[in-house]
Write a protein that binds this ligand. Structure first.
Ligand SMILES: C[S@@+](CC[C@H](N)C(=O)[O-])C[C@H]1O[C@@H](n2cnc3c(N)ncnc32)[C@H](O)[C@@H]1O
Length: 206
């Protein structure tokens, strides 16, 4: 289990919470990254998320709530990091953010219309992915997954060393995904297959 139950990974994200959005914004440690088309594609992604029909939604591994806030309906964010949860709660004036395990979320079966996750699925190995998909099916009737697109210059799967602004180094497992691969894995369809982001949706109620 390389990610979802790994204590060092959990500590890394808790430490990173305050600077996490630098990755989206191209600031801080990401100020020197050359990412052609990143901002435009991120805008497109955010608009696509905002265009999804309102739904009772749980965002599993919500991080800072960067994407959660653009979804519509009753919004619940879950993350293992208390600091991430605090930041998400600030972005969800009418929703809730709770500390919890995305692979064993503290909710009854079938209470959500939509399970959403961003940049979490692609960190999971086979066993964790299977556990995540079981949990998504247990919780809701639709799953929307946002993740990092496979592109030139990145390893499709492997361990990465990440450096935070305090100089600390951390190792995380990460995959980059083609839209059709992601859609096939979750048993759904591609919603966005970009240079930077992929989005796929599976529905179990149709
Ligand atoms: C790469 S961040 C993604 C954050 C956000 N969803 C996004 O799209 O930017 C991965 C997140 O997974 C969380 N996480 C890791 N293992 C978890 C688990 N078992 N349950 C809940 N959250 C977890 C981390 O705390 C971190 O916030």
């Amino acid at each position: 289990m390389p990610f979802a139950v790994d204590a060092a990974t959990h500590a890394y994200y808790d430490l990173r919470a305050g600077e996490y959005d630098d990755w989206f914004d191209g600031s801080g440690m990401f100020a020197d990254r050359v990412r052609p088309g990143w901002t435009e594609e991120l805008d497109r992604l955010v608009r696509a998320l905002g265009a999804l029909p309102p739904a009772r939604t749980v965002d599993l591994a919500c991080g800072t709530g960067y994407f959660t806030r653009y979804l519509r309906g009753l919004l619940i964010g879950v993350d293992q990091s208390a600091e991430m949860v605090r930041l998400t709660q600030e972005r969800l004036p009418e929703g809730l953010a709770v500390v919890g395990d995305a692979l064993a979320a503290p909710f009854a079966d079938g209470v959500f219309d939509r399970v959403f996750t961003g940049h979490f699925y692609g960190h999971l190995d086979d066993e964790e992915r299977a556990a995540f998909l079981r949990e998504a099916r247990r919780l809701g009737s639709e799953l929307v997954v946002v993740d990092s697109a496979l592109r030139d210059g990145v390893e499709p799967a492997g361990w990465q060393t990440r450096t935070l602004s305090d100089g600390s180094e951390h190792r995380v497992y990460k995959r980059y995904l083609d839209g059709d691969v992601l859609a096939e894995e979750i048993g759904g369809e591609v919603l966005l297959d970009g240079d930077w982001f992929v989005v796929a949706r599976a529905r179990w109620d149709v």
